[in-house]
Structures are given as C-alpha cells and as structure tokens.
Design a protein around this ligand. Sequence first.
Ligand SMILES: NC(=O)c1ccc[n+]([C@@H]2O[C@H](COP(=O)([O-])OP(=O)(O)OC[C@H]3O[C@@H](n4cnc5c(N)ncnc54)[C@H](OP(=O)(O)O)[C@@H]3O)[C@@H](O)[C@H]2O)c1
Length: 300
Amino acid sequence: MWTKNNIPDQSGKTIIVTGANAGIGYETALALYEAGAHVILTCRDQHKADETLNKITEHTGKGSLETGILDLSSLASVKQFAEGFLQTHQQLDVLISNAGVMIPPASKTTEGWELQFGVNFIGHFALTGLLYPLIKSTPNSRIVTVSSMAYVRGAINFDNLKSEKDYDAMREYGQSKLADIYLSLELQRRIEATGDNVLSIAAQPGANKTELSRHMDTDAFAAAVERVGGLMDPWQGALPSLYAAVEPEAKGGVLYGPDQDGGYRGYPAEAVLLPHALDEAVAKKLWDFAEEVTGVSFPA
Ligand SMILES: NC(=O)c1ccc[n+]([C@@H]2O[C@H](COP(=O)([O-])OP(=O)(O)OC[C@H]3O[C@@H](n4cnc5c(N)ncnc54)[C@H](OP(=O)(O)O)[C@@H]3O)[C@@H](O)[C@H]2O)c1
C-alpha cells in the first residue's frame, strides 16, 4: 500500500495547496512540508492562514511554508492571488486544487455562479489557467485537481449553472465534481497536444471525517456514513492527492482514489472512470465555456 512514507524527498519543490486550513488540504500540506517542499497554504483569510502555518510548524518538517489569501468564490481574488504569486515566484512544481464546498444552502459566487460550481470548478479553472505559464516553465510539473465519488451521479446542466431554474444541493455538488474531472482530463489532452512537460491528474479522497459535511443534517449524514461503510481520517484521504502530486509512477489523464469499498476507503490506486466522465465532447464544451466566462485561456 502507498502511504506518506512513500513520498520522495520534496526539497526544492514549490507546491500550492488550496484550502490548506482544514481536512484533506491540511493533511496534504503537512505531508508535503514534512517531505521538504516549500508549501504555499492558501486560505480564505489571513487569520486562518497564520493559524495553519503555526499548527504545521509544530511538526518536524524539512520544508518551508508561506501563506496566500485566495477566495475561489471571487474571480478578482483568484486573479489577485495568481498575479501576486507570479510576481514573487520563479517556479511552481505542483498546484493542488483541493478547496471545496458541499451542499451549502442555495448561494452564489461574486460572478453569480451556483456556489459549488463556482468554487469547486470555475475558481480552480481560472487559478490553473492564470498560473499555467509558470507551471509550464517548471520542469516535470503537475496539476492535481481534487474531485469526489459524487462525480458518478453528476451531469453538466449548461442551462442552470447560475441556478436560473432550481437548486438541488447534492445534484449541484455532483455536477461540480464531474466538472473537476472534465477539467483534469481535458487539460491533459490539451497539454499532450502542446507537448508541454506537465501532467494533469485527478484525485478523489474517498469518504473522510472532515468539515465538508457541515451542511448535512444529522440523519442524512448518518445514512451517508452507513452507505459508504464508515469514514477514514483525513490523513488517509489526502493520500490520493499526494500520490498524484509526487509519485514518480503517477500518470496524467487518470483519476487516483482509494482502492477499497467502491473508492470510498483504502489506499491510492488508479480508478476506473465511468463512461460519462470520459465524454470528450462535453469536456470540450465545458472547457470552451469556462474560457469564455473567465477570460482565461490555456494551455496554448
Ligand atoms: N471529506 C470527504 O470525504 C471528501 C470526499 C470527496 C471529495 N472531497 C473533496 O476534498 C476536498 C477537500 O475537502 P475536505 O473534506 O477537506 O473539506 P473541508 O474540511 O470542509 O475543507 C475544505 C477547504 O476548502 C476551503 N474552501 C471552501 N470554500 C472556499 C472558497 N470559496 N475559497 C477558498 N477556499 C475555500 C475551506 O476553507 P474554509 O475553512 O475557509 O471554509 C477549507 O480549507 C474538496 O474538494 C472536497 O470536495 C472530500
């Protein structure tokens, strides 16, 4: 089984983790810091970022830490973070697009997107594109996009991305996490067409005890836990992201997730993607749409 003991020395690597103050993002950042990376902890506010930095430095690590303020529900915030980062850094070895929100009460991003679609997909799409020039200029770089098994029930409803019609919290979560898979796979196809030395890899953490379920009511939460057979601790849920970020054998254009219980628990392995996630026509349509609405075009 692949664990964080398998992480090669990350000295000299610069790695961004979005949503680093909680759950899987925190454990991902901690493991990379322990392994020697320079980790940029992006959080929504400076207080959370400082607290996270202090908490991680209580552990013995070979790496170094830096904070960044990033609110993925605002394209202005995404642009401000990315522009600041590009001005102050000469390399970006790995971007881990981890931050996410699940089944909030109906709400929207600054630009009016349904919140989950906007944060989980649109914000990360823009972030990835804005940072891409630096990622591309860094040898053997990677982009890890964190999805979820919720992609299985997802579908992209191009007519309701701003909740123009109605809002179904779990349906929209599945849509956003399928969009993350499309982002990751379509990006890999486009990278291969350009010949850039970058891997785009999707990861999904299985079922874990984190704050992600904060909007679930108690009964629904208990039923969900029973359905998936129990929750893992977030250090274990971080392993697929870590595998995708650092394992020399990891491949672009695939999804890594836990290998047991239908992808909900276990240790990192390549997952079999369902046919709808491999639909290149929808992925291309979503990509073109995201480029148009964000004004961010890449990788060409
Ligand atoms: N936990 C699971 O079992 C599970 C299963 C499948 C997939 N996932 C995926 O794993 C990723 C991490 O989730 P988690 O379980 O660690 O959840 P979590 O404990 O709730 O952490 C989510 C992180 O995302 C950040 N975030 C939320 N909205 C944001 C925004 N608008 N801008 C920037 N950051 C924002 C949160 O910041 P704040 O603290 O400021 O809110 C937090 O740092 C998500 O993409 C999630 O979809 C988790």
